[in-house]
Design a protein around this ligand. Structure first.
Ligand code: AMP
Length: 211
């Protein structure tokens, strides 16, 4: 079973994807993480990816598809959780040529909360765990490394990313239509997690898949 996570930047897609990976064994593919890895590893794509990310723009389709396809080739026991892909209708059509999409979880959060969360988001440069600054003393709770801000979590870039979402990504809600399941993630995280768990359990029952 393959699931797409849709939502604005900072809506919590990565956190839900991590939960679904740990709890059910899905293979988590984050195209944002793949982009950042290409920058860190200074690959042939690194420079061009960095140019786009630093402006809050989408990375060119051929590059993203190449990264995605090599991840999709990997073995998966239960299926994929796609976090950050597709970002527009062209990408959705490309995705459907490669794998079936069984459900699309749309993580819904109002803009004011998004901005507060993104501007307080910090990551561990060592183990890549994500935190809200308010919940830490500035250091990673797992490895003690000093947390840093993601380069594109800057107010001006975030505003661009939100505009790209409205223009390019939001039309996917209509495109995926009956496959869309909306999850409200504006308040307590444990409420949203139990909703997601209930939804996935039901989908797995329907498809007869065992975890
Ligand atoms: P994310 O970590 O999902 O917020 O993505 C961070 C940045 O990576 C985005 O603002 C884009 O520049 C780039 N990116 C991630 N996924 C895609 C995608 N599917 N298509 C194009 N660019 C992407």
């Amino acid at each position: 079973m393959n699931i797409v996570l849709l939502g604005k930047p900072g809506a919590g897609k990565g956190m839900f994807a991590e939960f679904l990976q740990k709890h059910y064994g899905f293979t988590h593919i984050s195209t944002g993480d793949l982009c950042r890895k290409n920058i860190r590893d200074n690959t042939i794509y690194g420079k061009i990816v960095e140019e786009h990310i630093s402006k809050g723009q989408l990375v060119p389709l051929e590059i993203i598809l190449d990264m995605l396809k090599s991840e999709i080739k990997k073995e998966t026991s239960i299926g994929f959780i796609l976090d950050g892909f597709p970002r527009n209708i062209i990408q959705a059509k490309e995705l459907e040529k490669i794998v079936d999409v069984d459900a699309v979880l749309m993580i819904d959060v109002p803009d004011e909360i998004i901005l507060e969360r993104i501007l307080n988001r910090r990551i561990c440069p060592n183990c890549h765990k994500v935190y809200n600054l308010k919940d830490t003393n500035g250091k990673c709770l797992e490895c003690g490394t000093v947390l840093v801000k993601r380069a594109d979590d800057d107010l001006k870039i975030v505003k661009n990313r939100l505009q790209v979402y409205e223009k390019e990504t939001k039309p996917l809600i209509e495109y995926f239509n009956k496959k869309i399941i909306v999850i409200d993630n504006s308040s307590q995280i444990d409420v949203a997690i139990s909703k997601i768990k209930e939804i996935i359990d039901n989908l797995l029952k329907k498809t007869g898949e065992n975890v």
